[in-house]
Design a protein around this ligand. Structure first.
Ligand SMILES: C[S@@+](CC[C@H](N)C(=O)[O-])C[C@H]1O[C@@H](n2cnc3c(N)ncnc32)[C@H](O)[C@@H]1O
Length: 220
């Protein structure tokens, strides 16, 4: 898979791309990630990419032209162009599992007051990561990129992400590690029993209990 991220703040991605699982996935050539500064697609003086809104109002609006020129320079028939936008559909794990099937994602990060409305004619979809406003689309793009790369074949074990919260509309089961007892809090006996069938049954029950108590909405 290839992921291109269009941003005005490329250095925000330095740590994200160069640590842990995302770094290893790139080293293993399971994903190719490029950060593109769309300022370089401006044809105006000082590489201007934003301007004041028509009709007045506060803040600066990202111009459509540099963004479209950037998209068109990398887009192929296999590309899916996604706008980071608080007005888009709220991102969920199921969407990460859908996006992993794509060959090429282009993620567009807004900033300031947002985009010239006409950008919507040049994207395939809009994604929000939740009902709150961030200063820019960089964190949403990282969230989408991370969650998609994590479920690409060969990045982590399939069993690991298949047991994660939200798969089958359930939360994950409780996990413990050493020591067996900490300040009177004990690891449940069943996990020390070595009986794999009992452990499997217990974990499933715990998933249902946890989901009922914390996220009943998922069970509907
Ligand atoms: C300050 S926001 C603009 C918000 C816009 N004025 C509005 O109310 O819809 C700047 C940019 O950050 C990104 N952004 C902010 N919050 C987001 C969210 N919850 N999900 C996805 N992108 C977001 C988008 O790219 C957006 O264009």
């Amino acid at each position: 898979m290839k992921i291109d991220i269009l941003t005005l703040f490329p250095s925000m991605f330095d740590g994200f791309l160069n640590e842990s699982i995302i770094k290893r996935a790139q080293e293993k050539k399971l994903v190719e990630i490029h950060i593109i500064n769309f300022r370089s697609f401006s044809t105006l003086n000082n590489q201007q990419v934003d301007d004041t809104p028509y009709g007045g109002g506060s803040g600066m609006v990202l111009m459509v032209e540099p963004l479209v020129r950037a998209i068109e320079s990398i887009k192929t028939k296999d590309s899916k162009v996604i706008l980071m936008c608080p007005q888009g559909k709220t991102y969920q794990q199921q969407k990460a599992l859908e996006l992993k099937k794509e060959k090429h994602l282009i993620l567009i990060c807004g900033h300031y007051e947002g985009f010239d409305e006409r950008i919507r004619s040049f994207v395939d979809e809009e994604i929000s990561i939740g009902d709150y406003i961030l200063t820019g689309g960089e964190i949403p793009a990282m969230a989408i990129c991370d969650s998609v790369v994590r479920v690409l074949d060969g990045v982590i074990k399939k069993e690991s992400y298949e047991e994660d919260s939200f798969t089958n509309n359930l939360l994950d089961y409780p996990t413990y590690t050493k020591p067996q007892e900490f300040r009177g809090l004990k690891v449940p006996d069943v996990l020390l029993s070595g009986n794999h069938e009992e452990i499997r049954k217990w974990r499933k029950e715990q998933q249902i209990k946890k989901t009922e108590s914390k996220r009943k909405d998922l069970l509907n």
